[in-house]
Design a protein. Sequence first.
Length: 327
Amino acid sequence: MYHPLFRPRRLRATETIRRMVREAHLRVDALILPLFVVHGRGVRREIASMPDNFQLSVDELVKEAKEAAALGIPAVLLFGLPATKDGVGSEAYARDGIVQQAVRALKDSISDLVVITDVCLCEYTSHGHCGIVDRGRVQNEPTLELLARTAVSHAEAGADVVAPSDMMDGRVGAIREALEEAGYDEKPILAYSAKYASAFYGPFREAADSAPQFGDRCAYQMDPANADEAIREVALDLEEGADMVMVKPALAYLDVLWRIKAEFGVPVAAYNVSGEFAMVKAAARLGWLDEERTMMEILTSIVRAGADLVLTYYARDAARLLRAQGR
Ligand code: PBG
């Protein structure tokens, strides 16, 4: 009879000993809650494909963000749905645009909440692309100018961090320069550096009403097959002045996350996107998965793979659970 000398099971015998040797820990400080803001008052419209997530008017958004802050969640990420869309995404950089209003309201009412704004045009353009379209193609430089204006308008409203998600070349540099010219040299940029052209964004496009009206985003977002390219994207964004970088989606890209953390050692965020969330919700509703365990396994795996920050529609549930566990 073979008796193994080394027995990993010794350290798995009880929950207490497992807790002692556990390597990765999800902390509430790592969580960022994405929120969707719309015009109006008293609006709280559930997003069909993202249960427990809502399109919120500014008054309702403040309530939601207060609850998140009370749970210990340090930051929210804002997406806006404009009153009207046009070819150049005017409301994205309007002084009284929906996100600008939301930022002011949050900064006025919740002192220690970090407010991050998504900087992109796709929710604001009639064609649903992330930039200016000419001859059927998204034009890089004309878009940079509008992204920079958008970021500055968010900073003027009081945003703590701006997060460009458009994937134009040079956008971090353009935004950094514009922020400095406007006197905001201390505003951090969280760059969506390795953002893939992913089918997992499906539910989000319903939530933010941002589906492209023709074609797809493959000419600006990354090819899911590429990882070396993600390293180059991150290197460029850091050179251009990004303070934190992001991998998105998270779950199908844990290898990319790992490589980026190992290579650069800067704060790395991972976006557990709408489709990843919706898959778990749907399976849980069918009784095919234990929702709470699946949620924690996914979020912990993202941290284990190297994420310092996790953007997740589960932020509230995870924060509540961590609190109940006394962590
Ligand atoms: C674009 C943007 C998208 C998401 C965040 N910012 C969608 C897209 O690129 O089409 C997706 C987030 C999610 O799926 O949860 N501004």
